[in-house]
Design a protein around this ligand. Structure first.
Ligand code: SF4
Length: 234
């Protein structure tokens, strides 16, 4: 029987050689790394990434400030290491670190109330905010080949399509420093990310059932969502 070709499978790793608890002057023990470790399989790609950080000063600075932001989300207390910043605070702090002044909020119409709050919050923290709703353009879903009976609100009603490419083009034209994604649908987010030319961060991923906390399905995968851990019947 032919052996299955190995590919990077960090999610299955129990060794975590890449994140060892050792002193500064020690080296991670690569012999402990599993055969599917990308440090064994993809050394060239890791090298390529290292030269990008080295050769591109802007990328290096971006990465340095992101790393600093990460560290500032923890604090040492008498009870040990504690977390301290919510994601929205992190975005505000990181944008200040980067000296950004103009932010884009790219939102789904289903989160219009959240978009209003975020817009206000970012303005209070000193940013100019450009916001674009997913329905901008008011293009009928039929233009994508959607049939009347495939619409959410019934065949007799007009329905605007989500228009992530228009959102990206508008954000690109507005020359924002950073685009913040707020609840775009699966797939629409992919298109926005493909066409947007400015750095993007995600404040929230849409989950209509779980209050935009998609990980709840994973946390409950041994209980209410155990169906997701079984192969579906054909
Ligand atoms: S990089 Fe290697 S050691 Fe780190 S999690 Fe992935 S497989 Fe494990």
């Amino acid at each position: 029987m032919q052996e299955k070709e190995l590919h990077s499978s960090c999610a299955k790793c129990e060794k975590r050689v890449c994140y060892p608890v050792i002193k500064n002057n020690a080296e991670p023990d690569m012999r402990e790394a599993p055969p599917f470790c990308p440090m064994k399989l993809k050394a060239q790609e890791i090298k390529k990434a290292a030269s990008t950080y080295k050769e591109d000063a802007a990328v290096r600075e971006f990465a340095r400030l992101a790393s600093l932001q990460e560290a500032e989300c923890y604090e040492q207390t008498s009870q040990g290491l504690r977390t301290r910043n919510t994601r929205v605070e992190e975005i505000i702090q990181f944008a200040h670190k980067m000296n950004y002044s103009r932010l884009g909020v790219v939102f789904c119409i289903g989160l219009k109330n959240e978009a209003r709050i975020l817009d206000k919050m970012l303005e209070i923290h000193g940013f100019e905010v450009v916001s674009v709703c997913c329905k901008a353009g008011a293009v009928a879903k039929e233009s994508l080949g959607i049939k009347p009976e495939q619409k959410i609100h019934g065949p007799e009603n007009y329905e605007s399509m989500c228009n992530p490419i228009a959102q990206a083009e508008i954000i690109n034209s507005e020359k924002v420093d950073l685009a913040i994604l707020l609840g775009l649908c699966v797939g629409h987010d992919s298109l926005f990310i493909k066409y947007c030319q400015v750095p993007i961060t995600v404040l929230a991923a849409k989950d209509r059932v779980l209050g935009h906390n998609p990980l709840a399905a994973l946390y409950l995968s041994s209980g209410y969502y155990s169906r997701l851990m079984h192969k579906p019947e054909r």
